[in-house]
Design a protein around this ligand. Structure first.
Ligand code: BTN
Length: 268
């Protein structure tokens, strides 16, 4: 278990932003930081409020899965956002956060990439998952909560996940200060979010994203239940869809949320 202190103050001390993570809530144990952020939202918490937990008793993953991580070694955090834009743009924020985490991890000197749409991977295995949830009121966004789980200093991965998941520690042999990494992620996210709201799309960060795309120019299989197919991933467009060139030369657009993408021979 990591011995570096990890609490509201140690996290706040590493966050040097205008608004992202300016207010930090920390709990030794909580059900889920996403759920906690939704409760904070009801209590009028401000845009950029960050909830961090050492342990989640009911951590949530995508597609109704659970996110189960032991205490002491991981980052489990959620940021509360109160955007003015239309609800249809919100799903792209998952990609904005994925890019931000990847950029932050890269700054630690780790060779990192993004498995579209939002898994951050090292050595072709996942080190970070992101779950974005939106609450509406009268057809407008009340809040967007982006939950981020990063496997930082985990020394062991559950048997059933070993071929798909890893941690920064397992890949580099080094331990990392979670406070510092949260600070890096908040800094990157604030910058990327400010770009995003200018256009309500990814056009101002598309090159940064594509540069970090794990599958770029590689064969991929699109796991669409009704219409699975293979092709070569070319990169994302400004709406965050993955462009895939199929055998007859056509370019198909894959919409995140609908399908999963795999490398032909492995998870990435
Ligand atoms: C995924 O399935 O890849 C998404 C996992 C998201 C996990 C994080 S941990 C912090 C936040 N709170 C949750 O309950 N889930 C997210």
């Amino acid at each position: 278990m990591s011995v570096i202190p990890y609490n509201t103050d140690t996290i706040s001390n590493e966050i040097h932003t205008e608004w992202a993570g300016k207010t930090v809530h920390f709990a030794k144990e909580i059900d889920s930081t996403n759920e906690w952020c939704k409760r904070l939202s009801k209590e009028d918490a401000v845009h950029g409020t960050l909830a961090v937990a050492e342990f989640q008793s009911a951590g949530k993953g995508r597609l109704g899965r659970r996110w189960v991580v032991p205490e002491g070694n991981s980052i489990m955090m959620s940021i509360l956002l109160r955007p003015d834009f239309e609800p249809r743009f919100a799903s792209m924020l998952t990609l904005v956060m994925g890019l931000s985490v990847a950029q932050a991890v890269k700054e630690l000197g780790v060779d990192v990439s993004i498995k579209w749409p939002n898994d951050v991977v090292v050595s072709r295995k996942k080190i970070c998952g992101i779950l974005t949830e939106m609450g509406l009121e009268d057809g407008k966004i009340r809040e967007v909560v982006i939950g981020v789980g990063i496997n930082v200093n985990l020394a062991e991965i559950q048997e059933e996940l070993k071929d798909k998941a890893t941690s920064l520690y397992l890949e580099t042999g080094k331990t990392y200060d979670r406070n510092f990494l949260i600070g890096l992620v908040m800094g990157k996210f604030e910058k990327n979010y400010e770009k995003f709201v200018q256009t309500c799309d990814l056009s101002l960060m598309i090159d940064d994203y594509n540069m970090m795309l794990a599958n770029k120019c590689q064969p991929v299989r699109i796991l669409d239940k009704l219409d699975p197919y293979e092709g070569v991933a070319l990169g994302i467009d400004r709406e965050g869809e993955l462009l895939v060139r199929v055998a007859d030369g056509r370019i198909r657009k894959v919409c995140s949320g609908e399908v999963s993408v795999r490398g032909l021979y492995s998870y990435v």
